[in-house]
Design a protein. Sequence first.
Length: 328
Amino acid sequence: MTLGEIKEKALAAIAKAQNLKDLEAVKNEFLGRQDGELTTILRSLKDMPPEEKRETGTAANALRGEIESAMKSRLGVLGAGSSSSRLDITRPGEKVRVGHLHPLTLMENRIKEIFLGLNFSIVEGPEVESEHYNFDALNIPPNHPARDMWDTFWLPAQYKDKDSRQLLRTHTSPMQIRYMETHQPPFQIIVPGRVFRFEATDASHEVNFHQVEGLMVGPDVNLANFKYVISEFFNQLLNQKTDIRLRPSYFPFVEPGLEVDIKWKGKWLEVMGAGMVHPNVFDAVKYNPQQVKGFAFGMGLERLAMIKYKIDDIRLFYSGDLRFVDQF
Ligand code: FA5
């Protein structure tokens, strides 16, 4: 091969090389120690007449430099493209998305923690309930006008429990009955859980939301006890001394019935229904209303979370929008 042919072939092969192995092959073919094409020419210099020796020698050495620098720059191009061949420990790492708890779960956990501290136990009940527990035993017999307070999702007629129709519970109050049927006072419990109402949704109403029921029963439980427990609860939940106000209200399963307001950012906000357990409810669970007294309350978890975290639309909780949930 002449120097011209070597130059042409070597540079073409370098340009085509796709990886380190290709470049090694080019190096071997032309600059290899044993029988590389250019090496052979360089080695034959010593047998040449002085004039030719000088000319060929200069040209061959120049060509060697040219081939070497072409290989070097090709190596740079290939190296930059293949990340596996380089480890740059100064590059920023890839961020791993870490999951976290939903604001409603955070709220429920905090509420449980506070009530555990006040010596309450936590119990849970079924979301599919019978008419008996959701209404009748709570002093809301069929055709009672108070049934209109709870727009109800009824299950199809074939799902009957004994003689009682089935429904999606409209509140957590049925657990008052279930718990008292199987336990004797004194006790104090809370019942967190999901409830359902066949209502139109808007910024403060959902079809599916959560309540926390409370029930304390014993020989001398009274409204002052209720007021203490609930004040203590809000002081801890909102991390500040919170004014509360009790207003007369009506729920068939309590007498007297109350609505509880808290003062928050200068405004009174309604946060829960409550009252002293109605004697008819004690009758339904075979307690003697002459011997035991109790208070009960029921609060909306979403509404409390909206107050605490300044959320203005209840529908955000179930939107699945990461821009919302990532803030908690
Ligand atoms: C009840 O459900 C009663 N069981 C509460 C109760 C328990 C009273 C024990 C007395 C004794 P009410 O329908 O008002 O009451 O609902 C209670 C709370 O649930 C409300 O204060 C509100 O915070 C929340 N709530 C009611 N409807 C909705 C809704 N559609 N969306 C979100 N939260 C709601």
